[in-house]
Design a protein around this ligand. Sequence first.
Ligand SMILES: NC(=O)c1ccc[n+]([C@@H]2O[C@H](COP(=O)([O-])OP(=O)(O)OC[C@H]3O[C@@H](n4cnc5c(N)ncnc54)[C@H](OP(=O)(O)O)[C@@H]3O)[C@@H](O)[C@H]2O)c1
Length: 267
Amino acid sequence: MSFQGKHALVTGSSRGIGRGIALKLAERGAKVGIHYHKNETAAKETLAKVRASGSDGFVVQADCCQMDQVRRMVQRAKSEFGKLDIFVSNARTDLATFYQGVMDIPLEKWDAAMDSQAKAFLVAVREALAFMPDGGRIIAITYAPGGRTGSWQPWVAMGSAKAALESLCRYFAVALAKRRITVNAISPGGVEDSVLNTLPPAVKKQIDAWHESGWTPMARLGTTAEIGNVVALLCADEANWITGQVIAVDGGLSLMDPIFPLEIQRG
Ligand SMILES: NC(=O)c1ccc[n+]([C@@H]2O[C@H](COP(=O)([O-])OP(=O)(O)OC[C@H]3O[C@@H](n4cnc5c(N)ncnc54)[C@H](OP(=O)(O)O)[C@@H]3O)[C@@H](O)[C@H]2O)c1
């Protein structure tokens, strides 16, 4: 699978999952726009790795809660590349800006989550379509359980925002089908080298143990490269018939059923 001659923009690719995605696209020959919010050094490190893999790109700064900045970010891809074959919406505003329970979350935090996901996706995709060739690929990185469950109380704004993001993928998928542009969401399980690694070590250890115990059937967290691999698969010509889907990439995590103790489920 070669992406020689293709151009991609990956939001939030200074670090974490976004970096894993950018590197996988670059390994296959795509030129990649590396987006960051505050961490320019990390974005430049990603670009250096892109170049080390034989490809090229640029770095661009934007706050995905500010729509004028989102437009400017996409326009930068236009001025650098002339066309955009692949757009990956991965950035998520930092926890402090939205993490609070449903009973007392301030509206500013609600808006930060919604803006960074649904509104930024709406604005960026519409902006990108003007220079995306037919047959292009649009991929959103979601966290599907957050939009389905109600258990992780301080996640209410981001869970709701991810549900809106997934919904937008379906609407865009239908609207863009005539142009053979596919629009899908990828829903990772827990991933190493991501926001999880910024948690206190004791909390991270608890999370690791939970997944190793079997709640993720493959008994580990995923890697950023594994998420990047699936983005690359969706960008392949052979994936042209997949659109409007939310694809779990989670080592089987989403197959587990909280009704039954693990011992019964594993048989
Ligand atoms: N981590 C997981 O296990 C997991 C599981 C399921 C889904 N996901 C989803 O995967 C995506 C990436 O998660 P991650 O854990 O890799 O994230 P992360 O390591 O926390 O990185 C966040 C990225 O978003 C950027 N960012 C932060 N605030 C921003 C803002 N206001 N405007 C624009 N960009 C901003 C950061 O840029 P700077 O470096 O400049 O700050 C960074 O590039 C998210 O959409 C998340 O919901 C993650």
